[in-house]
Ligand binder design. Structure first.
Ligand SMILES: [Fe+2]
Ligand SMILES: [Fe+2]
Length: 352
């Protein structure tokens, strides 16, 4: 492997749906590499099926060859442009880690053993054999998607850690704190599952690298916690769970269906936790008005159009067409999220 590590500098994924995503991503070169890879070689090293344009070379290392000493770059950074179809919800299939209004994920690292994230299990060879019948291009496409989802699941761990602190800041009951901690742990498992599956698909080892967490402070007040909870959890995790259910239903591949089933079971619990936490926060009148304000904003976002990107050849592997997913998301919002929020507001009005 000519590249040891891929680092994406604080990848900010504003909308991880079906649209063009541009990010800066870097590669750390190994001793055997003379130069920064370009073109297809760079795209392969960065785990992307989009384009990678070399932006800059950083650092210096020396290489001695045939009595000559060469000065070589240590790190190469690229602008990576890709069409990502991770799902129509804000950031894939679950709770985003949001910093300054933008969803954030960790860097991606190539590692010999997967760094403990997605270690191949004892029956991995059998699973890999099950995927051997797929075309190499399909395996690569699917693996890249599952690896990208792995980063989102990994980011959900940070999101729950932040949420737990927020709950504690405002004296939440023990049951909510306990469930939030447990949910964060289950997100660790989700990330592992995604990286395991990606490895089975294309045989590559990769793992989440550093996650920039500049905003370690908890939320400023109950209203801010309410707004974040509503968007990141009540909307995203509810829609994410419903989306997983559709993905599981539509896949004919047993191994992928099994992973989706596990994610679905947990995400349903996370969505339920989100609504319970919102009900607790909405005992406060000011928090109720936050939900009244944010619900129409979420509805507007649902109606936004995005450039669609479809890979019809992947529909049998739990990757429905983007147009279809977007339609379902709007329906699910109108059928589940909006009525749930309105019911909660009505209940509190009657209680007060
Ligand atoms: Fe998850
Ligand atoms: Fe979740």
């Amino acid at each position: 492997m000519h590249v040891l590590r891929a680092i994406s500098a604080a990848i900010a994924v504003g909308s991880c749906g079906d649209e063009v995503v541009v990010r800066e991503q870097c590669l750390e070169l190994s001793d055997a590499d003379a130069e920064c890879p370009e073109g297809e070689e760079a795209e392969e090293a960065l785990f992307t099926d989009g384009s990678a344009t070399l932006l800059a070379r950083y650092g210096a290392r020396t290489l001695e060859q045939d009595g000559q000493i060469y000065e070589l770059p240590a790190e190469c950074c690229y602008e990576v442009e890709t069409l990502e179809s991770l799902g129509p919800s804000h950031c894939g299939m679950g709770r985003p880690y949001v910093v300054a209004g933008r969803a954030r994920v960790a860097s991606m690292q190539r590692r010999g053993s997967g760094g403990g994230w997605g270690c191949p299990s004892h029956d991995a060879p059998e699973r890999e054999a099950a995927f051997a019948k797929l075309a190499p291009e399909t395996r690569t496409l699917l693996a890249n998607r599952w690896r990208a989802r792995g980063l989102l699941e990994h980011a959900s761990v940070a999101s729950f850690a932040q949420f737990t602190l927020g709950l504690m800041s405002f004296g939440a009951p023990a049951s909510l704190v306990r469930e939030s901690l447990a949910a964060g742990l289950s997100e660790v498992r989700h990330a592992e599952l995604c990286f395991e599956l990606a490895h089975e698909l294309d045989g590559q080892h990769a793992a989440p690298g550093p996650l920039a967490t500049p905003s370690s402070r908890t939320v400023a007040n109950r209203q801010e916690l309410t707004a974040r909870l509503f968007h990141d959890a009540c909307v995203e995790e509810t829609l994410g769970a419903l989306e997983l259910s559709e993905r599981q239903r539509s896949t004919s591949e047993p191994r992928i269906a099994k992973v989706l089933a596990r994610l679905l079971a947990d995400e349903l619990k996370h969505a339920a936790l989100a609504w319970r936490a919102l009900a607790w926060l909405c005992q406060d009148c000011a928090c109720r008005s936050v939900v009244q304000r944010e619900l129409p904003l979420a509805e507007v976002r649902m109606a936004e159009e995005r450039s669609e990107f479809d890979r019809p050849e992947l529909t049998a592997f739990g990757e429905p067409c983007a147009v279809e997913l977007r339609r379902m998301q709007r329906e699910d919002f109108a059928r589940v999220v909006k009525p749930a929020a309105e019911r909660l507001l009505q209940m509190r009005q009657h209680a007060s």
